[in-house]
Write a protein that binds this ligand. Structure first.
Ligand code: URP
Ligand code: ZN
Ligand code: ZN
Length: 474
């Protein structure tokens, strides 16, 4: 069937039909093999040579190209509400950026307002996500504990939400105290789900932030000085101990420092179900221009902050040791005008930066070509492990018969520089501006439809679906 499709520049014909990908180098988390993949009705129908196809099958020659499973980004924030306004990508624009970067599934968050029930907040968030072009789910965040919270978590669980996110930072808004965190851990542990946490010592950080402000230290530099690495690693250590006590699987989001890795590795050695995520910016960026002008420092106001080159190295090493299992982007872009909300008070700068479209190019260029990780490990942290940990495997995260036909055909040739002019995220800040990346996604297939071909988006593709997730497959 032929559908009309438009992107901002062109009117195109999007082709919805069976697809035969021929001679691609299929890369999974475990092996690499040159083979053909046949896609029928949105699923991977068969893998092998001389596969039967009809006269209407779209044949894609992938000789010399890599064939990866579509990416699963386990940590994104579309239109995250903040006092400076929502993060600047909504589910539609953010999912388009995701597609260009080979990500075909995202997991965002449900953060209720005080007094709102978790299932209610979940339903509202589902409606906000309806215009996503890629499949989606959510981690639900209890931000307070009351007599109904247990049942609310259980309700969300019955609706396919098997992971719950707790903020141990941000104590003045959404952060939980340790006692309530433990209640969440016990409840989710009994259900067989997983709790994820933003680990930073919330109360100590708030105290430091307020202290700096009170002595007229208002510049972005004090964002950094109020969030030292030990405040992350001490929080990680404490959270791991509480998860152990509660018997709950635990996942530390956006690990930024070598000091945290030590505690995660120790717990894993003892057999505890603890997992860690890091982000491209903690692998690749360090020592940002925080003492310069507001405009040069504000783009890098991210929590936890960027660290040192030795932390970058330790994180790459931890990926190879399976201490870090996934890469999430923590995609949370804000425009400069929004960042300016904190021009006179660093505490009001909205935290976050966008990068949903760069996970794959950065991992490929600086991870695989940079000889930090193997190409199979790249697939593991980009797609397979996020799918396994968050109960989406094998529907997502692999190239296997019966899996969703979410596929990236990656052309390793050529390179280009990331720039505000060629980005797809909606933001006037790009923390990777000027960085060179190699290769590009020649085709992105999503649910059996060609969504992107050589930079052209087929915007008539079906919208993404809400994914009901299973318990973690660990
Ligand atoms: O700075 C960040 N990371 N902003 C997004 C919210 C969070 O803490 O993940
Ligand atoms: Zn966070
Ligand atoms: Zn986040």
């Amino acid at each position: 069937m032929l559908n009309r499709a438009i992107n901002s520049n062109f009117v195109l014909l999007a082709i919805h039909m069976d697809i035969l990908i021929k001679n691609g180098n299929i890369i999974t988390s475990e092996y690499s093999v040159v083979n053909d993949v046949y896609i029928h009705e949105g699923k991977i129908h068969s893998i092998g040579k001389n596969l039967k196809h009809s006269a209407t099958t779209r044949i894609v020659d992938a000789s010399g190209k890599f064939v990866f499973p579509g990416g699963v980004d386990p940590h994104v924030h579309m239109c995250l509400p903040t006092p400076a306004g929502p993060s600047s990508d909504d589910f539609r624009t953010g999912s388009i950026a995701a597609l260009y970067g080979g990500t075909t599934t995202l997991i965002d968050f449900v953060t209720p307002v005080k007094g709102e029930s978790l299932p209610n907040a979940l339903e509202k968030r589902k409606r906000e996500a309806e215009n996503s072009l890629i499949d989606y789910s959510f981690h639900v965040s209890p931000i307070e504990w009351h007599s109904g919270t247990r049942n609310e978590i259980s309700d969300c669980f019955s609706n396919g939400i098997t992971s719950f996110k707790v903020y141990l930072a941000y104590r003045k808004t959404v952060g939980l105290c340790d006692a309530d965190f433990l209640k969440v851990l016990r409840t989710v542990g009994e259900l067989g789900g997983i709790v994820t946490a933003h680990c930073e010592l919330g109360e100590e950080i708030e105290r430091l932030r307020d202290y700096y402000f009170s002595v007229n230290k208002t510049e972005p530099l004090y964002h950094y000085l109020s969030r030292p690495a030990e405040m992350e690693s001490d929080s990680v250590k404490k959270a791991i101990a509480l998860a152990q006590e509660a018997g709950c699987s635990f996942y530390v989001v956006h690990v930024s420092t070598k000091k945290s890795l030590f505690h995660i590795e120790e717990a894993k050695k003892k057999g505890q179900q603890v997992y860690a995520e890091t982000c491209p910016h903690y692998l690749l960026l360090n020592n940002p221009p925080i003492t310069g002008s507001f405009a040069s420092a504000a783009p890098y106001i991210i929590s936890p902050p960027l660290r040192e080159p030795c932390d970058n190295e330790a994180l790459w090493h931890a990926i190879n040791k399976n201490v870090v299992s996934t890469i999430g982007t923590d995609h949370c872009p804000f425009n400069m005008e929004q960042k300016r909300a904190g021009a006179n008070d660093f505490r009001s700068i909205p935290n976050g930066a966008g990068s949903i479209e760069y996970r794959l190019p950065l991992l490929y260029t600086y991870g695989v070509l940079g000889k930090k990780i193997s190409i199979n490990k790249m697939v593991d942290i980009f797609s397979t492990m996020p799918a396994k940990i968050f109960g989406l495997f094998p529907q997502k995260g692999c190239i296997a018969i019966g899996s969703d036909a979410d596929i990236v055909i990656w052309n390793p040739d050529g390179s280009h520089s990331i720039s505000l002019l060629n980005q797809h995220q909606h933001c006037d800040i790009n923390i990777y501006n000027g960085l060179s990346v190699s290769g590009h996604a020649e085709y992105i297939v999503k649910g059996g439809e060609i969504a992107v071909n050589n930079d052209i988006l087929f915007s008539s593709i079906s919208r993404g679906r809400f994914l009901k997730r299973n318990r973690p497959e660990l």
